[in-house]
Design a protein around this ligand. Structure first.
Ligand SMILES: [Zn+2]
Length: 480
C-alpha cells in the first residue's frame, strides 16, 4: 500500500529529517530573514526531485517546490520563522544558548520539516505506485509577524490547489475544526510642531497628545464592541524628552474579530476617532495598514482524513529518559497555571489531564463552533482552498507556548518524534486525497458549503509589499 510505503520511507530516512529540523532550530531566523532555513528546505526538496521556484510573492525566503503534474493538486505548507528573545538550550531548565537571541518558541522548525518530510514521503510513494497528481510544498515565511501566506495567496499561488494541509507543534494529537480571529494591523502616524515645552508651548503642537487622545477614544469605544473582538496597541514613538514638544508620535494597533467584515466596521470607527484626536490636538496624521489575516474556514472532512491517518500510524511512545526530562521541565510550571491552560483548551474532561506530562491520545476534535482568540495567515489559504492545519503533541502539557519550554523540546527527541509522526500523517493524508476521489469531493463540497458564496478579499491593500525594511530593523532591535 502506498501509504505504508511512504511511512516506511520516512522512518528509514528519519536521521536526515531530524538533521534538517535541528539545523533550522539552530539557525532560529526571524520572519522574512529565514535565508538559511528556507534554502536548506528548498535544497533538500530539490535533492529528492522537486522543482523549486524561489523568491515568490516578493519574498526571497518564500518558495514553492513542485512534483508531478495534473490534478489533483495537493499543497503542503511549512513555516520556519523563529521568535525574538527566546534562545534556549535543548534542556529541561531555562538556560539561553545566546542571551537575547531568537529561538523556535512556536516550534516552526518542526512545522517546516514535518511538511517537507511528508511531501517527500508522498512523492516517493506516488512515483513507486504511479499515482497521478501534483504535490506542492509551500515554504511560507514570517507567520509570526508579517503573514507571508497572505502575499502568496494575493499573488495567486494557491488558486489551482485542491486542498492544503500542514502541521503545527501543539499539545494534542488532533485536527481541530475551530476558527480563528480575522485581524488587521495598522500604524497611526501623528505629526505636530516642536517647541520648547516650558518657554513656548503655545507654538508647539504635540503629536503625542493626538496619539493619547486617540487611545482614550478607542478605549471608550471598547465598551461597545462585540465580546469576541480584541483591540490592542503599543506606542512605538512618543517623543524624545519632556522639554521638547514631540512633533512625531506613532502607535501600532491590532484589531481582531471573528469575521473580516466586523474588523472593517471597527476600523471605520477607529479611523474617525483618529480624525477626532487630530482635530483636538491640531496635528496631521497618516494611517498605514501594515498587515492582516483572515479567519480560518474549518474543514471537518479534512480533519477526519488527518485523524484517521494519525490513528492508523499510532501516536509516538516515549522513553523513561524522555519522561524524566518532562518531569523536570514540569517543575517550571505551577499547577494553577496548568489548570488555567487546560480550562482554556475547552477539552471535555480536561480535569483528567492535570497530572499528565504529555498527551499520547488521538482524540476527535472538540472545538466545533469555537473561535480561538488568535489569528493566523493559514486563514487566508483556507478561503481559497480547503485547508487543515493539525497539531501533534510536541512537549510538556501545560507549556504556555511561545516559551523557552517549546524551544527546548523542539530541539530534542520529543520534538523529533512529534515531527516524524506529523510527517507520516501529512504523507498519508496527501495520498488519501490523491487516490480517493470521493474523499477529495467531500472535502470540496464542505468547503463550498462553508463559504456560502462569499469571496475572499485580501486584507492587505494591493500596493502594500512585504515589509522587508521593517523586518531588518526589528531584527536589529531584538538582538540588542
Ligand atoms: Zn506558530
Amino acid at each position: 500500500m502506498a501509504k505504508e510505503f511512504a511511512w516506511d520511507w520516512i522512518s528509514r530516512n528519519e536521521s536526515q529529517m531530524i538533521e534538517v529540523s535541528d539545523k533550522v532550530w539552530e539557525f532560529a531566523e526571524l520572519g522574512l530573514l529565514e535565508f538559511k532555513s528556507s534554502e536548506l528546505l528548498a535544497k533538500t526538496l530539490e535533492e529528492y526531485g522537486f522543482t523549486v521556484d524561489r523568491g515568490i510573492a516578493d519574498m526571497p525566503t518564500a518558495f514553492v517546490a513542485t512534483y508531478g503534474s495534473g490534478s489533483p493538486v495537493i499543497a503542503i505548507n511549512g513555516e520556519y520563522d523563529a521568535l525574538p528573545g527566546l534562545s534556549q538550550k535543548a534542556i529541561a531548565q531555562q538556560d539561553p544558548l545566546e542571551e537575547g537571541a531568537p529561538g523556535h518558541g512556536c516550534g516552526h522548525n518542526i512545522h517546516g520539516v514535518s511538511g517537507m518530510a511528508g511531501a517527500i514521503g508522498a512523492k516517493i510513494a506516488m512515483e513507486k505506485n504511479k499515482i497521478p497528481g501534483t504535490i506542492k510544498f509551500f515554504g511560507c515565511p514570517a507567520e509570526e509577524t508579517y503573514s507571508g501566506k497572505v502575499f502568496m495567496v494575493r499573488d495567486g499561488y494557491f488558486d489551482n490547489v485542491d486542498a492544503a494541509i500542514s502541521h503545527h507543534a501543539g499539545s494534542t494529537n488532533t485536527a481541530g475544526i475551530g476558527s480563528s480571529l480575522a485581524v488587521k494591523s495598522a500604524k497611526f502616524h501623528f505629526h505636530g510642531l516642536t517647541s520648547h515645552a516650558a518657554y513656548s508651548p503655545e507654538h508647539g503642537r504635540s503629536a503625542l497628545d493626538a496619539l493619547e487622545l486617540m487611545n482614550v477614544g478607542v478605549n471608550y469605544m471598547r465598551e461597545h464592541i462585540m465580546q469576541e473582538a480584541r483591540i490592542h496597541y503599543v506606542i512605538e514613538k512618543g517623543g524624545m524628552q519632556p522639554n521638547v514638544v514631540p512633533d512625531y508620535a506613532r502607535s501600532w494597533y491590532y484589531i481582531r474579530a471573528p469575521e473580516m467584515s466586523q474588523v472593517d466596521e471597527m476600523i471605520t470607527w477607529i479611523l474617525d476617532i483618529a480624525k477626532g484626536a487630530n482635530l483636538m490636538a491640531r496635528t496631521k496624521h497618516v494611517v498605514d495598514v501594515v498587515e492582516g489575516c483572515t479567519n480560518v474556514i474549518p474543514s471537518k472532512s479534512l480533519s477526519d482524513v488527518v485523524v484517521g491517518n494519525m490513528r492508523e500510524i499510532g501516536a509516538p511512545e516515549y522513553t523513561n529518559q524522555e519522561m524524566d526530562f518532562l518531569k523536570e521541565m514540569n517543575k517550571s510550571i505551577t499547577k494553577e497555571a496548568k489548570i488555567e491552560l487546560l480550562r482554556m483548551m475547552k477539552r471535555p474532561d480536561w480535569e483528567d489531564f492535570v497530572d499528565v506530562l504529555i498527551d499520547t491520545t488521538i482524540p476527535d476534535p472538540w472545538d466545533k463552533g469555537i473561535v480561538w482568540p488568535g489569528s493566523t495567515d493559514v486563514g487566508d489559504v483556507s478561503w481559497v482552498t480547503p485547508t487543515m492545519e493539525f497539531t501533534t503533541a510536541t512537549g510538556l502539557l501545560g507549556d504556555p507556548g511561545h516559551s523557552w519550554q517549546t524551544v527546548a523540546v523542539c530541539g530534542m527527541s520529543i520534538g523529533h518524534k512529534s515531527m516524524l509522526f506529523a510527517a507520516k500523517a501529512i504523507a498519508g493524508t496527501a495520498l488519501d486525497l490523491l487516490t480517493k476521489p470521493e474523499q477529495l469531493k467531500a472535502v470540496q463540497d464542505e468547503f463550498e458549503k462553508r463559504l456560502m458564496g462569499r469571496e475572499y478579499k485580501c486584507p492587505i491593500p494591493d500596493d502594500v509589499k512585504p515589509p522587508h525594511e521593517v523586518a531588518r530593523e526589528a531584527a536589529k532591535i531584538t538582538r540588542t
